[in-house]
Design a protein around this ligand. Sequence first.
Ligand code: ADP
Ligand code: MG
Length: 569
Amino acid sequence: AEADSGQELTDGFHLVIDALKLNGITNIYGVPGIPITDLGRLAQAEGMRVISFRHEQNAGNAAAIAGFLTKKPGICLTVSAPGFLNGLTALANATTNCFPMILISGSSEREIVDLQQGDYEEMDQLAIAKPLCKAAFRVLHAEDIGIAVARAIRAAVSGRPGGVYLDLPAKLFSQVLDADKGAKSLVKVIDAAPAQLPAPSAIKRALDVLKSAKRPLIILGKGAAYAQADQEIRSFVEKSGIPFLQMSMAKGLLPDTHPQSAGAARSTALKDSDVVLLVGARLNWLLSHGKGKTWGEPGSKQFIQIDIEPKEMDSNVEIVAPVVGDIGSCISALLDGIDGKWQAPPADWIEAIRSKKDANIAKMAPKLMKNSAPMDFHSALGALRTVIKERPDAILVNEGANTLDLARGIIDMYEPRKRLDVGTWGVMGIGMGFAVGAAVETGKPVLAIEGDSAFGFSGMEVETICRYDLPVTIVVFNNNGIYRGTDTDPHGRDPGTTVFVKDSRYDLMMEAFGGKGVHVTTPDELKRAVDEAMDSGKPTLINAAIDPEAGSESGNIGNLNPQSVVKKK
Ligand code: ADP
Ligand code: MG
């Protein structure tokens, strides 16, 4: 642009876009509206990929998973107050999961918001975002946009990754600046996530504990997947000969079919191990807090933990050998330490795991091979398991209750960062956001395996998937409800509280937007429909009819669900 004087000008809109582009950020996920409509338009005009969603939470989830997959902060762009709040759930979820993302929200005028004079979409967004993310910043002057974006990027990806909030009041966008001055105000972040080397003494302590083990176990978490130290991790696991477990989103870091995988003997491995090396996995509820029945005799366990976050150590139980640093550096140091002078774990431990694993796999096998209607979770997942075996580079998105718990156990993963799911919170609603984010960032085919209830939280985004013509295949496990499709109202007035319209046809939703819809009732039909969809690369939704009786309440975590013991008089 040029002012009357002939001087080149820039403005807030362009500075935001230029600052993102300068830092290698090429994609924005959002929902347009006041005051950021033009920001999206201009970003697209400037060559950025701008993916417009139907609801901010789904855009936020797409940004979060982009962060997990790329180690660059995913960007979510929302309007003020309600749009911001919709995006905030995804920001909080990203922070909880250690995914780097930046929620950029337009906001109303400070002068009016602070005096609470009732502006359009008035809300003190910065204050509300603060406790739900790693860092929150507001920019009032266009010349500060460059430094603000730099701070946001660094905050999101350095140390333990997480969500960052960037508040941009409406007035900022049209502030005009001399173009040259604007360009000079931008900051290219150098070494945004610096390596953090572990102390040699910490490495020695960890190796001493590991060497003393009779029944060692390695647990790989999604931090290990995020770190993209795939080769180092594999070498270390293989050189050490130690059995390993992979947390849900770490599956595929090494193939689940690897001879050292203890996946199918998880309970035995957790209960009977004596030394456990945690790599980017937290001892939270997903690992029963490192104590209790799951972990065998009290006091029988010694934990070594690798994490970039020092405060994670001793969060639930004593960590005898804390190793603080980035996983790539820590694993490399451990690898150096065992080079040429390492004794494989005792044969009876390896054998105990192997025999348990073989027995469990043999017990499961027949359930996965039934080919009849109605399908249950096992027979349907048996078919999808073969799909992933034949297409190991496809990305699997997975949410639901039984659909999640059983798919996690049944579907083997073969490559890192291919399994994306409900994460630390076990949140429902990530499905379509993750599917879009994964497809856009990687260009790989995506298979989303969705419980019918889980799908409902983000189902409208099938329009987005069709609009951008993304290679996403959605399979809805339709068992007529939450957990099961069989609840009834004792008074006979309303449907039971956990059931949906019986025999719904989710596939027809897809057809409404020009995608392909298929209805299947047997595992063979399911496999054929998924193969065809993935070969075509076209947006497809497959409605897979599952026996409404097949599920169990709360899936595998019924123990967390309080139930009334008082009988009504
Ligand atoms: P899971 O749910 O798979 O067990 P969590 O999300 O609980 O995994 O734990 C991931 C851990 O990984 C977090 O404590 C986080 O601080 C850590 N982490 C993330 N990225 C890195 C990294 N690059 N280096 C070291 N630790 C990391
Ligand atoms: Mg269901």
